[in-house]
Design a protein around this ligand. Structure first.
Ligand SMILES: Cc1cc2nc3c(=O)[nH]c(=O)nc-3n(C[C@H](O)[C@H](O)[C@H](O)COP(=O)(O)OP(=O)(O)OC[C@H]3O[C@@H](n4cnc5c(N)ncnc54)[C@H](O)[C@@H]3O)c2cc1C
Ligand code: SF4
Ligand code: FES
Length: 698
């Protein structure tokens, strides 16, 4: 039976918890509608979390795809206003390396002018001054307002804001069918992958915001959407030789963007087309191309340590004739299936960019409201978004309820076999389009994983063994995803970025705290690999823990998101910036909390992540009340509770060094108690840290 929801406001179900689904939910909730988002994994676990992280100025599309270029620059300006702190305001350079690139320059500048994209031509000397890591072979550059965005945390702010306006976000909930009455779509059939329960949910209208999976959901309504799935490969290297976003000044091609992201630089991307967005191959020659082309722009990339390589699938608007995806526009389209196909109650939004998620949502919400007779304007252009931490913190009650409702599922048999396909495929595409990968010459092996499974109501976790076909480079996360897609869709796990930037894939592997996305199976000893959820947080389902407590504590500290590039003075000369002061280094993974022996025995201890964050506020308050933060940690459950095991800093995947922060807090407090001053450095913007610290410790 369909679930009847109270209230007389129209109820809209949004299928898909990517950036588009989050922005649609926010817009509709602001207009007063009741909204439920259904996402089969954690939100942003599709394309959204894994994209390049470029806040487009539109420059990339200014010559050949002006519709997208105008959308990008318009939304770039709006996003900076409504999501302060989610971007590095580092600007981008389009760099000419060859005579052909120089021939392209006038067209590029004209295109930018026509699309209202600020573009300043720089000489090689000027470009090298603002981006010293660039190739000295550069012939010219054009500076545009590109930026780096946090691919996961920006959309989380849309989800957080939607929740504050009453939207319900249901994760690990797969839509397996559509409810139909007289041909119209009147709701969805869902499988809750935590409880195992299958049910129906009624709605006045259903929005299909499943990105590359749009056709699969459209099939449930018997309609077609012209969406092409176009994957691209991305490679993250462990260094930041350039603080700005670097693009090649030429028509879009492979490996022509190098973008600083946290402690990494991300190089991308390639483009081909596939039919199944879940078969995400990683062609080895694409990885090589990223490094080769990236190092033409930024030479240091050639010898840098590769942190991760992964693929993501673009949902592009286009027909089946497309060969590479490059020829398709990056614009978006909203399809009203009543007008198009005679199916009432069903709307699809697809295409676009992460940069244009808000505009996509506005267009969709306009269609939804028109269909439902709701006369409310869009307010998202001027509504500043809630912080990303509020997404998790505000879901606490929902998570707790889900954890205590007994699951219908029984423990799986102790041993099953997974992985009909290799868990991760690095191979040369067999066709020009790359659709189909020849795995015959790969050194495939089989690994066994003992995965801790637990569902609410089970007396204790059950280790279940899976066999997965792997190849060199397969990560623990790849293997777990292969189990989920090929064997058991109810195996729940968290992941988003695939390159150690989001912090969601924290696990205990063979007893050690690690990020699954950068832990290669090759690097683990032979034999069964034991995979468990992180400790010191309540398990919600299988490998998913409830992070509410961690986020509530981080939210309590109120740390600002200060980006390294904001410290770069206009003349490009690096200041005395202390790398450890970069507040973005903590990815909120909870590994330190899991490894901390004190947190294990005393849940009231503030814990290493929050204390590390507290130190960063004290060290560099940026307008926050550092004195209150210092007062808050001067307590036997605060920084004095730590027993100096240093386990937290040992497992920290980013070098955020929470133990160092705890020691520094103790030092600051000791000086305050003794009435002493405090010596500090000078940040890259030339501001004395001593001033802030002394103010805080006075
Ligand atoms: C390689 C690459 C690089 C890119 N770089 C950039 C960039 O730098 N800047 C930029 O602006 N854009 C970039 N993009 C584009 C951008 O990433 C996408 O346009 C955007 O993320 C799409 O978001 P979405 O919400 O539409 O889709 P998704 O994020 O894929 O969301 C769809 C969601 O639907 C869920 N879902 C599917 N089926 C079901 C079901 N049956 N039930 C429940 N849930 C379901 C999926 O799990 C998924 O989470 C890039 C794309 C790629 C591929
Ligand atoms: S301090 Fe390190 S280990 Fe702890 S949450 Fe932050 S990134 Fe993770
Ligand atoms: S998936 Fe983002 S850190 Fe692993």
């Amino acid at each position: 039976m369909p679930t009847a929801l109270p209230g007389d406001r129209p109820h809209v179900i949004v299928i898909g918890g990517g950036g588009t689904g989050g922005a649609v939910a926010h817009d509709l909730a602001l207009r007063g509608l009741r909204v439920t988002v259904l996402e089969r994994g954690e939100v942003t676990s599709g394309t959204t979390g894994r994209h390049h992280g470029l806040l487009h100025s539109g420059g990339r599309y200014a010559v050949s795809d002006t519709e997208s270029a105008v959308e990008c620059i318009t939304e770039n300006r709006i996003l900076r206003r409504i999501a302060p702190g989610s971007f590095e305001l580092n600007d981008g350079l389009f760099v000419a390396l060859t005579d052909e690139d120089m021939d392209y320059l006038p067209r590029f500048v004209e295109g930018c002018e026509a699309c209202d994209i600020p573009a300043a031509v720089l000489s090689p000397a000027e470009a090298l001054r603002v981006a010293p890591g660039l190739s000295p072979a550069i012939k010219a550059a054009v500076r545009v307002p590109d930026g780096t965005m946090d691919a996961m945390r920006l959309p989380l702010r849309f989800f957080a804001s939607a929740q504050r306006n009453g939207a319900v976000v249901r994760t690990y909930t797969s839509v397996v069918g559509l409810r139909r009455e007289n041909g119209a779509v009147t709701g969805v059939q869902v499988r809750d992958d935590v409880s195992g329960e299958e049910s129906e949910l009624a709605a006045d209208l259903v929005v299909n915001a499943t990105g590359p999976w749009a056709q699969r959901v459209a099939d449930m309504a018997g309609v077609q959407v012209p969406v092409r799935c176009s994957p691209g490969v991305l490679v993250a290297v462990r260094m930041r030789p350039c603080e700005m976003v670097i693009n090649r000044l030429h028509p879009s091609g492979d490996g022509d963007i190098v973008l600083p992201q946290r402690e990494l630089s991300v190089i991308g991307t390639s483009s081909w087309v596939v039919d199944d967005p879940d078969e995400l191959h990683l062609p080895a020659d694409h990885v090589r191309t990223m490094i080769e082309q990236g190092s033409r722009l930024v030479p240091a990339v050639a010898d840098a340590e590769i942190r991760a390589a992964w693929s993501a699938v673009r949902p592009l608007i286009g027909d089946a004739g497309s060969q590479t995806g490059r020829e398709l526009s990056r614009t978006f389209k909203c399809f009203d299936h009543a007008e198009r196909d005679g199916v009432e109650g069903f709307v699809t939004i697809s295409g676009g960019k992460a940069t244009t998620l808000r505009a996509m949502a506005e267009a969709t919400a306009d269609v939804v409201c028109r269909k439902l007779g709701v006369d409310e304007p869009c307010r998202t252009r001027d509504t500043v978004l809630a912080p990303h931490t509020a997404y998790v913190a505000e879901r606490g009650a929902q998570e707790a309820a889900r954890r205590t409702t007994p699951s219908h599922m029984t423990a799986p048999a102790p041993r099953r076999t997974a992985g009909r396909e290799p868990a991760r495929t690095c191979a040369r595409p067999t066709s020009a389009a790359g659709d189909g990968v020849d795995t015959s010459n790969l050194p495939l092996t089989t690994r066994r994983l003992a995965v801790s499974r637990w569902k609410p109501g089970w007396p204790e976790p059950v280790p279940v063994e899976y066999e997965v076909i792997v190849e060199p480079g397969t990560t623990v996360l790849d293997a777990l995803r292969a189990v989920r897609w090929h064997d058991d869709p109810t195996l729940t796990l968290r992941h988003s970025c695939c390159h150690s930037s989001c912090g969601t894939c924290g696990l205990r592997v063979n007893g050690a705290e690690v990020l699954g996305c950068v832990t290669g199976l090759d690097d683990l000893p032979d034999g069964v690999v034991k995979v468990e959820p992180i400790a010191n947080a309540p398990v919600l389902s299988d490998l998913v823990v409830d992070m509410t407590e961690l986020y509530t504590r981080l939210d309590g500290i109120g740390r600002p998101l200060v980006r390294a590039s904001e410290h770069v003075p206009a003349d490009g000369a690096r200041g005395a910036e202390d790398r450890a002061m970069r507040l973005e280094d903590c990815v909120e993974c909870g590994l330190c909390v899991s490894a901390c022996p004190i947190t294990g025995t005393d849940p009231d201890y503030l814990g290493p992540a929050a204390l590390g964050a507290a130190w960063r506020v004290v060290a560099e308050p940026r307008g926050l009340d550092a004195i209150s933060v210092l007062d808050g940690v001067d307590d036997h459950q605060g920084c004095w509770r730590c027993h100096l095991s240093f386990a937290c800093s040992e497992v920290c995947p980013t070098g955020a060094d929470p133990a160092g922060g705890i020691m520094a807090l103790r030092g600051a407090l000791t000086r305050r108690h003794l009435g002493l001053g405090h010596r500090g450095g000078r940040d890259g913007a030339g501001r004395s840290r001593t001033d802030d610290r002394e103010a805080a410790t006075r």
